[in-house]
Every structure is written in structure tokens, then in C-alpha cells.
Design a protein around this ligand. Structure first.
Ligand SMILES: N[C@@H](CCC(=O)N[C@@H](CS)C(=O)NCC(=O)O)C(=O)O
Length: 217
């Protein structure tokens, strides 16, 4: 049975592949698992029928037969465990370390990166915008310094590419092209290695095609 994932009917990221369905699409592509997409509007996401699937009224939801999952991290982990492939190594310790990096991406790196990315939109008119942006840049750079040090000269965070890298690259992409990311050439290269993967390219193209179709309507 093909999994079904929910995605924005009209993604506010303008087709840049920053919405959290992208990481699930990418994981499914890495696992070479076909999937279907169900588009949802902002309005529909807040209706009881959808809230029964995703209590916070967000995308993505993942459905596989009777199994319904929310939270992109849990979904990527499930995809990695369910469909095997390249996302999690067999060796227990390496597998556990890869999962650590997946959590690090979501729990340690994503919060300041996400807030920094959105500060101009959410707080654009506030008198304290500049102070807030600087504070968030400081918090994000503490995380990026540590991440760049952990990556060192390696291609991936722990041996071969895995679920932790997939998640980390999707998080870092939010800062692509910013002056802050410009200070981290090794992380720019790391993002580029992730984006060059054929599975990423397929996932990106799929969400882009959907976004362009939504604009044509
Ligand atoms: N922690 C959740 C966050 C999901 C999330 O924030 N989804 C966004 C799109 S990337 C969304 O649906 N936003 C609309 C809303 O919150 O109303 C996950 O990783 O799945």
C-alpha cells in the first residue's frame, strides 16, 4: 500500500521546498518508496476531520493503511525503519548515532534557524525587530559553529549519508543564501551535497511542480 502524505495546497514558501513535507518526500525517495500526495488548504487543516489526524492542524500527515502519523521527525524515522534503504545503518550503534543527529536537527538546530528565518515576517513591524534578529543570529551561530566543528572535513555527520543528514540539510536550507550561512563554507558544501542527491532532486521537483500548478489555477 502506498503511503499518503498531506502537503500545502498552496505552499507559502513559493516552491522553495522549505515546508516540512519536503523532508518526508525526500526520505520516501531515498527509500525508493512510491507515495501519494493529498493537498490541504489552511482552512481544511483546522477542521475537525483533519485535526483528528494532526492535532495541531499542520502538514505533513503520513497515512499508511491504518497507521496515521504526524511530526515530520517521527515520519522520517518511520520511513527509514519501515522501508530500509540508505537512511539508517544496520549496525545498532551507528543506527543510534544517526537517530541522535536526526533529533539534533529538529530539536537543537531547527528552533533558532526557524525563528531567524521567520523573524522579518512575524515581527516585521515591531520596534525591537533589529535587536531580536541579532539575538536570533547569535543563537543560530552558536549552533552552526558547533555543527561545522562536528562535521569537520567529513561529507556527512556520521559516516555514510543517513536520516540525520537528511533532516539536518532540510533545516539548514532555510538559511541558504543568507549572510549568516556565508560564514560557514563547509555547511554550504554540506547542503549542496544533500541537494545533489537524486532522491532530493526528485522530491524537490515534485513539490515544485505542485506549487507551479497551484499558481496557474
Ligand atoms: N513539528 C511539526 C511542525 C509542522 C509544521 O510546522 N508544519 C507547517 C508547515 S512546514 C504548517 O503546517 N504550518 C501551518 C500551521 O501551523 O497552521 C513537524 O515537524 O511536522
Amino acid at each position: 500500500m502506498k503511503p499518503i502524505i498531506t502537503v500545502f495546497e498552496r505552499s507559502p514558501d513559493r516552491g522553495r521546498g522549505l515546508a516540512r513535507d519536503m523532508r518526508v518526500r525526500w526520505a520516501l525517495e531515498e527509500a525508493e518508496q512510491d507515495y501519494e500526495v493529498r493537498t490541504v488548504s489552511f482552512e481544511a487543516m483546522k477542521q475537525p476531520g483533519y485535526l483528528a489526524l494532526q492535532p495541531f492542524g499542520q502538514i505533513p500527515v503520513y497515512q499508511e493503511g491504518d497507521l496515521v502519523l504526524f511530526e515530520s521527525g517521527a515520519i522520517v524515522l518511520h520511513v527509514a525503519e519501515r522501508f530500509g534503504g540508505r537512511l539508517l545503518p544496520e549496525a545498532p550503534s551507528a543506527r543510534a548515532r544517526q537517530i541522535s543527529w536526526l533529533f539534533a536537527a529538529i530539536d537543537t538546530v531547527e528552533p533558532p534557524v526557524f525563528e531567524l528565518d521567520l523573524v522579518d515576517i512575524l515581527d516585521g513591524c515591531k520596534p525591537w525587530l533589529e535587536d531580536r534578529r541579532q539575538a536570533l543570529e547569535g543563537l543560530a551561530s552558536v549552533r552552526l559553529d558547533a555543527l561545522a566543528a562536528a562535521l569537520g572535513e567529513s561529507d556527512w555527520l556520521d559516516g555514510a549519508f543517513g536520516a540525520g543528514d537528511l533532516m539536518m540539510v532540510t533545516v539548514l536550507r532555510r538559511l541558504s543564501g543568507t549572510a549568516l550561512m556565508g560564514r560557514y563554507p563547509s555547511l554550504i558544501d554540506y547542503i549542496a551535497r544533500g541537494e545533489a542527491r537524486p532522491a532530493f532532486q526528485r522530491a524537490f521537483a515534485a513539490q515544485r511542480t505542485l506549487f507551479e500548478a497551484s499558481q496557474a489555477e
